[in-house]
Design a protein. Structure first.
Length: 225
């Protein structure tokens, strides 16, 4: 009987984007269940490390697999572990910068993967959603850095003067990237507003690019038939 690792690697190679998307959504769903206790922080950190390792596997299977991508993931893992153990806030900011870079790097690789041919595979369909989550997480990390460097960069209707939680920053990132605008959190400092504007631009361009690509492939398929 073949080991579990064999079946996992076999299915992962078939649809790596689906596994990454499942990991990201699982982390999102679990966030409300975690609290500010030490155990909750440990679980949250472990989930973040799992996500980074999934990002590393996706980068490994992307067209831009280089030492740069793997280096970003390795530095992110190291800095995050060091920051969590030492509790130094400046290390968390530095770790989040590298984590954002790793997520954006993986997103770029997956976009290249989706656009490298004229056929849509099952994994490429999952990649469309997975890239969206990578961008959301990447900008949320940048929001976190902005909040640490520029306190009170984000305000909300409740506890306006308190730092925004990770879930709140993720929620803001989802709202901005999707363009729905449904959020009670507002960026008020100049750096925060610049980041929000860049994410708005990235969201519009990504959705436009994906829709145009899919429509073009459908039209091309009909012409060939």
């Amino acid at each position: 009987m073949k080991p579990f690792r064999y079946y996992f690697l076999t299915y992962f190679k078939r649809v790596p984007s689906a596994w990454l998307l499942l990991t990201q959504l699982s982390i999102l769903i679990s966030l409300p269940l975690l609290n500010d206790s030490f155990d909750g922080q440990v679980v949250s950190w472990v989930l973040g490390m799992v996500a980074l390792m999934m990002v590393a596997l996706v980068i490994r299977n992307s067209p831009i697999f280089t030492k740069t991508g793997m280096g970003l993931v390795f530095i992110s893992l190291s800095l995050s572990a060091w920051a969590f153990i030492s509790g130094r806030s400046e290390l968390f900011a530095l770790a989040h910068i590298f984590e954002a870079a790793a997520y954006f790097y993986a997103a770029a690789g997956m976009v290249m993967y989706m656009f490298k041919d004229h056929e849509v595979s099952r994994d490429e369909l999952f990649a469309v959603a997975a890239v969206f989550t990578l961008l959301v997480w990447g900008f949320a990390f940048l929001f976190s850095v902005c909040q640490q460097w520029y306190p009170q960069s984000f305000i909300a209707f409740q506890n306006a003067d308190s730092p925004r939680s990770w879930l709140e920053l993720l929620f803001l990132s989802f709202a901005i990237l999707s363009g729905v605008g449904m959020t009670d959190i507002l960026p008020i400092s100049p750096p925060a507003r610049v980041l929000a504007a860049i994410e708005m631009f990235a969201g519009v361009m990504y959705l436009t690019m994906v829709v145009t690509r899919l429509l073009g492939m459908v039209a091309s398929h009909k012409v060939k038939r």
